[in-house]
Design a protein around this ligand. Sequence first.
Ligand SMILES: [Zn+2]
Length: 241
Amino acid sequence: MGMDIISWHGCRLQREMNPEEFCHWQKMRALCESVQKTAAIPLAKLNMKVPDLAGDMVQISYTDLTAQVAAVAARAKDCEVCFPSDGGSPSYVYVGYPIDGIAETALFEVFTQQLAEPDSPASQLLADAGSDDSTGSQAIWAGGRGAGGLLELNPPRVKSIGGRAITSTQVLDVLFRNAEGLELVTAYGLFWLALRKHVLNDTEVSSSDSARRIASLGELFARTFAKGAQGSPVCSVYFYA
Ligand SMILES: [Zn+2]
């Protein structure tokens, strides 16, 4: 269980699908790659239970699923970031639950350090998000902390900034939400690149699988930004919890 995040940048493949369908095929590709590495029985004999496009669980052989993924990948040939032939995809990030305390603390520290600067990405994102609770992920994080919850850290981190208490739940809510349009993708991209640098420069933080996955959002946002800056009228990042 986790969160799927996709780059939505209007390449030919994405013009033929909606974001949910694109996300589905990225998940299936990631699943096939993971199964390929870990399967205990020959892949040709492997049957799997996976969600279909409607979300219903269906039985499918590994062979059929990889053929379906390959057919979608072939349609993405003109896009270097959607289904690269060497595996993986800079257009898709999966962050599994629970998100550990190291990753949440890193997010909180980088975000609150930036809040000391009025023009920083974090200040802009917090101000932007403040007026719109409906698009954030607050309701998801309310689902639980500690043992069995989505977040390991319990209680959340709290810091007083300019007389206002900021919690790490609020920070997650601001960060894990859809970013639509070049301006917002740029502001989020600057934050995620700063976070990525923080994670890569700190050996303790980069030992956390959650932190490394979250840090890879820096690359996803940078690629999405690049497409928007090249003139794509579509330039967004979508989160599916
Ligand atoms: Zn693409």
